[in-house]
Structure formats: structure tokens, C-alpha cells
Design a protein around this ligand. Structure first.
Ligand code: SF4
Length: 403
């Protein structure tokens, strides 16, 4: 299989189809005279079991062997609370489903509130801010299939793609209540939500968006449309970009209502399998139209077990039945191509202009080279006539990826 990309894509497809612990088959793969045996995923923990795990007497401090050394990872997690495990999003570039499962395992509200009190009472130098109440995806707490019977037979890779499943519970009231109670704990001044948000799902519950926007966004909210073009989004298993616009409308509406000036910071991936230069050009035009100026952007990098990694290696699409004759995916592997795709996200950086001009000529879009507002890059020797564009409206102080 190592030298047969089509079989690799097929194996990846099978592995992901056998990911429901209630109906997954044991998989066996032969390697020479030996066999690799893959057991079905474990049955998810109940809320009581999750609470038992999280209520163990953790010290909440680095091991004493570190002495006084500053540990950046500790700084990041010391005031953050993990409220659940798992993700039913199924984004193909992410391996969280493979690590934690597609079925959400949530802690009880009481267990989460107890941990907030422990942080308040035990973390040295605690300032009153909980840096995150989240998990793999911020807004999947207590959300699951409405029917345990249907869930036991389900083989879908995602509960929210290509559309939100009619059997999925989408009422976010447990999360909204948890946020409200968390910010009312004595000694807590602020509860931030730093975990990534599945915004198409959040749209199902505007009351949740209002709570989030009014009390838990510190001026900037990172969200991850990842792309604007359907062809690429469909390889990522991400929702259509129209749901971004709808979320932004509610985000702006609730920010205004709260009297706050707040901005969305969207993240994008360049060079994802299936994404070609034309899609990157269209994404670049979308970014220009929205007046964003992304600083830190990500170029796709294969990660263990993900479906996108199988696409990258095999140049085939394991979201469909894989055949030797299947149409090949466009996969950007060469450094020069990868740099160009990334450059389309950073057209404000003049170091990228020579390669972008070349690409625009090649794509038959020389009309986008020039010195006015409607052009993407200036002609050689010209200065850009555009006013500096804003990063979501303001200079960003934090443009890291959410997850
Ligand atoms: S039936 Fe729908 S909601 Fe239930 S597990 Fe399957 S995809 Fe998810």
C-alpha cells in the first residue's frame, strides 16, 4: 500500500467510515507476514465518568522538577477550562475526530464551575480572568444526536456537513447557561472563549451568539471559514461561505447592541488539497472585498490520519469511492506553488507582488494589475494606490489560529 496511493486513499476512507464506536468493525491490514489490527474506537464516557476524570485532585501547576522555568504551554492552559471532548465537525485537515471521537462527551455544569473555583483559589497570580471555557470546538457542549438508536447505526463522517443533520440537537442553551453561571462565580471578572467556534452551527441559536458576543469576546473573535470557494471548501468539509456572512451580520448586530466595537478575525488555509490558483485568486478577491489584511496565514501541512493527508499523498478524493480511474485532485506540493498560494492571502505584502503579477498574467487576469482600488497588485514600478486595508477593521493584536 505504501507504493499504491489509490489503495492508501481507499484505506483512509474505510478507517474514517469505521469511526462510530457503536458500529465500527475491527480493521486488519496485512504487512508482509504480519498484520496491523485496529480496534473500534472506545465507547464515549458518560457525563458522570467525565466528571470523575476531571474532579481528580490535579495540582494545576507544572511538575516541581521544572523549578522556576517559564513554560509557555502552562501559561496558556493554567486558567483555561476544558468542558468537553470530541468533535462532530469532521474537517478533513483536522485529526481531532480521530483522537477524541465524533461523539461529544461533556462534563456537568457543576464540575466545570467547581474547576473555575479551584482555579480562582489555587492558581498563583490569578487575575480573575478565565482564558477559555471550551474544547475542540467551543459550541458543541452537550450537543449530540437526538436519537441514540439512529446514532448507533450512523456512518456519516460529520453531523454538520454537507448540511446540519436533522437528527442533531442544535439548542445551545446548556452552553449559554454555563457561560452565564461561570461569569457569576464570585471572584471571576471575565470568562473568555478562545476555542474555535463552529459558526454555521451557532447560527441555529442566536441567543448563544448574543451571550458570546456581549460577554465573552475581548474585541476580537477568531473564526475559521478557511476558504471562500466551494470547490476547496468541499474538500475540507467546511460550510459554504454564505454562513460566514450571516454570522457576521449577527455578530455586528449584537456587538452594536452591547455598545462594543468588536471584530471578527477570519483564518484561511492556502494550498489545501483540491485548491488551485484560481480558487486562491477568488479567495484573494473575497478578502479584498471584505477589506481584510491577514497577517498570519496557514499553508496546508499534512497531519497524521487526516483525510486531507490522504488527499495530499494520493491526489485522490477519499470522500468519494476511490477507484484507480478516479479523477486526480489538484494538489499543490512544490515549494514555489505553495508560496504563490500563500501570497494570494497576503497581497498587501509587496514582496509577493512580482510572483502575483506573473500568476495573474498566467491566469488571464492581467486586468487585476494596476494602481487603483479595483486592482489586486500594482504594476511593476508603481506604488499601490489603495489606502492601507484593515485587518477586520483594526490593527490586529492577536491573529493566531483558533485551533
Ligand atoms: S444521525 Fe445525524 S446527528 Fe446523529 S450521529 Fe448521524 S450525523 Fe450525527
Amino acid at each position: 500500500m505504501t507504493n499504491d496511493p489509490a489503495l492508501y486513499a481507499h484505506a483512509s476512507r474505510i478507517l474514517h467510515q469505521e469511526a462510530n464506536p457503536y458500529n465500527a468493525k475491527t480493521l486488519v491490514q496485512k504487512h508482509g507476514t504480519q498484520e496491523v489490527w485496529v480496534n473500534p474506537p472506545p465507547i464515549p464516557l458518560t457525563t458522570d465518568e467525565m466528571d470523575w476524570v476531571f474532579d481528580l485532585p490535579y495540582q494545576r501547576r507544572p511538575h516541581p522538577s521544572y523549578g522556576d522555568a517559564r513554560i509557555p504551554a502552562y501559561d496558556m492552559i493554567k486558567t483555561s477550562v476544558n468542558i468537553m471532548r470530541g468533535c462532530f465537525g469532521g474537517c478533513t485537515f483536522c485529526s481531532i475526530t480521530e483522537h477524541e471521537g465524533r461523539i461529544i462527551q461533556s462534563r456537568s455544569e457543576a464540575s466545570v464551575l467547581r474547576e473555575i473555583e479551584k482555579i480562582r483559589d489555587q492558581v498563583p497570580g490569578f487575575t480573575g480572568t478565565i482564558s477559555d471555557l471550551g474544547g475542540p470546538t467551543a459550541n458543541m457542549y452537550m450537543l449530540n444526536c437526538k436519537s441514540p438508536k439512529i446514532q448507533k447505526t450512523c456512518k456519516r463522517l460529520s453531523c454538520v456537513y454537507p448540511s446540519i443533520c436533522q437528527h442533531l440537537k442544535t439548542d445551545h442553551s446548556a452552553t449559554t447557561q454555563l457561560y452565564k453561571k461561570a461569569r457569576a462565580v464570585p471572584g471571576i471578572k471575565r470568562v473568555a472563549i478562545a476555542s474555535g467556534l463552529r459558526y454555521d452551527l451557532a447560527l441555529k441559536d442566536p441567543e448563544y451568539i448574543e451571550e458570546l458576543v456581549t460577554h465573552h469576546v475581548g474585541g476580537y473573535l477568531k473564526i475559521a471559514p478557511e476558504h471562500s470557494e466551494h470547490k476547496t471548501l468541499s474538500k475540507m468539509m467546511k460550510p459554504d461561505i454564505s454562513s460566514y456572512d450571516e454570522f457576521k451580520r449577527l455578530f455586528d448586530q449584537f456587538s452594536r447592541k452591547a455598545g462594543k466595537e468588536q471584530y471578527l478575525i477570519p483564518y484561511f488555509i492556502a494550498a489545501h488539497p483540491g485548491c488551485d490558483e484560481e480558487d486562491m485568486l477568488n479567495l484573494s478577491l473575497w478578502i479584498k472585498q471584505k477589506n481584510f489584511q491577514p497577517d498570519q496565514v496557514q499553508t496546508f501541512y499534512p497531519s497524521p490520519m487526516s483525510l486531507a493527508t490522504a488527499m495530499y499523498y494520493s491526489e485522490r478524493n477519499p470522500l468519494q469511492k476511490v477507484r484507480y480511474k478516479s479523477e486526480k485532485l489538484s494538489v499543490c506540493k512544490e515549494l514555489k506553488q505553495r508560496r504563490l498560494q500563500k501570497a494570494f492571502l497576503r497581497v498587501h505584502d509587496e514582496k509577493n507582488w512580482p510572483m502575483l503579477r506573473q500568476a495573474l498574467h498566467k491566469l488571464g487576469r492581467s486586468d487585476l494589475i494596476g494602481d487603483s482600488e479595483r486592482h489586486l497588485v500594482p504594476a511593476a514600478g508603481q506604488k499601490h494606490g489603495q489606502k492601507p486595508r484593515q485587518g477586520a477593521g483594526k490593527k490586529k493584536k492577536n491573529n493566531r489560529r483558533g485551533k
